[in-house]
Design a binder for this molecule. Sequence first.
Ligand SMILES: O=c1[nH]c(=O)c2ncn([C@@H]3O[C@H](COP(=O)(O)OP(=O)(O)OP(=O)(O)O)[C@@H](O)[C@H]3O)c2[nH]1
Ligand SMILES: [Mg+2]
Length: 203
Amino acid sequence: MKEVIIATKNPGKAREFEHIFSPRGIAVKTLLDFPEFPEVEETGSTFEENAVLKAEAVSKALHKMVIGDDSGLMIDALEGRPGIYSARYAGEPKNDEKNIDKVLTELNGVPEENRTARFYCALAVAVPGQETFTVAGTCEGRILEERRGTNGFGYDPIFLVPDKGASMAELSSDDKNKISHRANALKKLDEVLDSLLERADNS
Ligand SMILES: O=c1[nH]c(=O)c2ncn([C@@H]3O[C@H](COP(=O)(O)OP(=O)(O)OP(=O)(O)O)[C@@H](O)[C@H]3O)c2[nH]1
Ligand SMILES: [Mg+2]
C-alpha cells in the first residue's frame, strides 16, 4: 500500500489527512507514529516557511517524501491575528479552548459584518534530492459570538461557514473535508501526488 508521511503531531490534522487519503488507498503516517521525533521548531515568518521547516526536517530524518502542514486562522478585525501563532495564541502549552476564549474576548463588541476571517493552510512537499515546493488553500468565514458544535478541532466551533449556515464544528468530517483550507490546498497536489508517491518510493 502506498503511504504518505505528514510531519504533524496534531491529532486533528492527522484525522483529516487519513480521512482524505484512505479512500484513495493511501495510508497516512504522522509524527504521532514516531513519538520520539522532536517537535520541529516553527521559526519561520510565514505559513509556507514553517510548512517547509516541518516537511524538510522529517524528510531528512526518514529519507522519504514528507508533507508538512502549517495552518491557522486569520481574523480581519485583528489585523490577521492569530495567524502563524494560532496554535499557541493564548500561550504555552497550546490549548484550543483558551485560544478560542482569547479570540472571543478580543472580538467582544465587534459587529457581525466586521467579524470576517479565513483559515489558511500551507502544505510543503519535501522529496529527498528534490527542491521542496508549497501549495496553499483558504476557507472564508466569520467568527461567531459563541461556540457551536463539537466536531473538528482548534477554532472550528467559532468559525461560521456562511454557505452552510453552520460552524465548522457542526459540519460532518465529510463536509469539512470538502471545503476546508486543508482540503483546498490538497486539491492542488492532486495532479502531482501520484507520480511523487511513485518516484519517492513511499510504498
Ligand atoms: O479550527 C481549526 N480548524 C482547522 O482545520 C485548523 N487548522 C489549523 N488550525 C489552527 O491553527 C493551528 C495550527 O498550527 P500549526 O500548523 O503549527 O499546527 P500544530 O502546532 O497544531 O501541529 P503541527 O502540525 O505543527 O505538529 C492549530 O493548532 C489550530 O489552532 C485550525 N483550527
Ligand atoms: Mg505547530
